[in-house]
Design a protein around this ligand. Structure first.
Ligand code: AMP
Ligand code: MG
Length: 389
């Protein structure tokens, strides 16, 4: 058995980085930008008004000014503005030559073509300087996982398309005679396949392109047939059949198909029977069948691999710390990822029931509390490491 961090290192060394493709901005969210991008313009491209009001050469209470024109967003005022003059100006409009401040409309009294700056006058020029947001040549470094904020910034920089890593293609294979698909009518000794769907959702959110293959039955023939359908997947994930029971055929069949196995067992709870290696052109990860084990291994192993395949740094699932809401007992010899819930005060309650089959408990969880091997008992208020779900 190897440790979780050792297993992760080996997974990273098996994960081949993917090629890049050019996509339009509206398709780029959630993708990993692989090349730095440089602004092609200054923003704002001129000194711009931050408010609706009047552009003046000098903002002094009690001063009376003649309004000589208007500057709106998209249509600027042509000429200069002199002493004793003002220009009606709107948010985002270019500030005319000679204007040093925009007096907001609430701070003037207007009568016909003249305004009086009142003694309500606030501080500040209300002018956004040219290039105050970003300048030509400013660079967004890569690799970077693009969020909505990045997309807005790239658009403002006049970048219409970006180079991103190809989405990892993932084939998902559940194994087991007892499994039927959601919506089907299970026999008396059957259950509904859940892991495939949970992992499909997780992979989609992580930027991968998952595909659900038919359920493999617990025979060498069925498993061989389904593994023959993986086609051009970058990553093959099998679920279940990975321990040493009579029906656990994944290791045997994968080996007969040429799996170069990197490891088989990891010292963690839940999820001990985890397997990985390379199978043909793809990486393979064999996840345990117990639903919570499969999902926890997805968080701890599969998501970091998906990120690394897209060119992000090879790094474990981000951890932080939170105080415990109640005492918890000591841990056994394996690293334990306990299901827990964050309370409104920020403390974390570890659920009483930690069996790796309990999807309802996982569903109520928003954190995994990470217990190191042989960790002693912990008291309420003590800080523990967590992985947020
Ligand atoms: P196994 O690793 O195949 O021995 O499976 C361990 C447990 O997980 C058994 O109770 C299986 O019925 C269950 N299981 C395996 N695969 C899935 C799946 N895809 N969805 C839900 N439960 C599963
Ligand atoms: Mg099974």
């Amino acid at each position: 058995m190897i440790s979780v961090s050792e297993a992760l290192e080996r997974l990273f060394s098996l994960a081949a980085p993917l090629s890049a493709e050019e996509v339009p901005l509206h398709r780029a969210v959630g993708r990993v930008m692989v090349e730095p991008v440089t602004a092609r313009r200054d923003q704002p491209p001129f000194h711009a008004s931050a408010m609706d009001g009047y552009g003046v050469t000098e903002a002094v209470p009690g001063k009376r000014l003649k309004v000589i024109g208007e500057s709106a967003a998209g249509s600027s005022f042509g000429g200069p503005v002199g002493d004793g003059e003002a220009v009606r100006i709107f948010t985002g409009a270019p500030v005319p030559e000679g204007v040093t401040a925009v007096v907001i409309q609430e701070d003037v009294d207007r009568e016909g073509d003249t305004i009086l700056i009142t003694d309500r006058l606030g501080a500040g020029t209300n002018i956004r300087p040219l290039g105050g947001d970003f300048r030509i040549g400013e660079t967004i470094p890569a690799p970077r996982l693009l969020g909505p904020q990045d997309i807005a910034l790239l658009a403002a920089m006049n970048i219409a398309t970006v180079r991103v890593a190809r989405r990892p293609r993932v084939a998902l294979i559940s194994t087991g005679d007892e499994l039927v698909m959601p919506g089907e009518t299970p026999g008396p000794d059957q259950i509904i396949v859940s892991n495939t769907f949970g992992l499909h959702a997780m992979l989609t959110q992580a930027g991968a392109e998952p595909r659900i293959l038919p359920i493999a039955r617990d025979t060498e023939g069925s498993l061989t047939t389904v593994l023959g359908l993986v086609d051009d997947a970058d990553l093959v994930i099998t679920i279940g059949g990975a321990s040493v029971g009579d029906h656990d055929l994944v290791a045997k069949v994968a080996a007969s198909l040429g799996l170069e196995r990197a490891f088989h067992k990891v010292a963690m709870r839940p999820g001990k029977p985890l397997m990985s290696g390379r199978l043909g052109g793809a990486m393979m990860i064999g996840l345990p069948g117990n639903p919570v084990s499969a999902m926890v291994c997805g968080e701890i192993f599969v998501k970091p691999v998906i990120r690394a395949m897209q060119g992000l740094p090879a790094a474990p699932a981000p951890r932080s710390t939170a105080p415990l809401a109640a005492d918890i007992g000591s841990n056994g010899p394996r690293e334990h990822y306990m299901r827990g819930r964050t309370e409104p005060d920020g403390r974390v309650t570890v659920f009483e029931r930690q069996d790796s089959s309990l999807l309802s408990v996982l569903g109520a969880s928003d954190v995994l509390v990470v217990r190191p091997p042989k960790d002693g008992p912990r008291a309420a208020g003590e800080a523990v490491e967590i992985v947020r779900l």
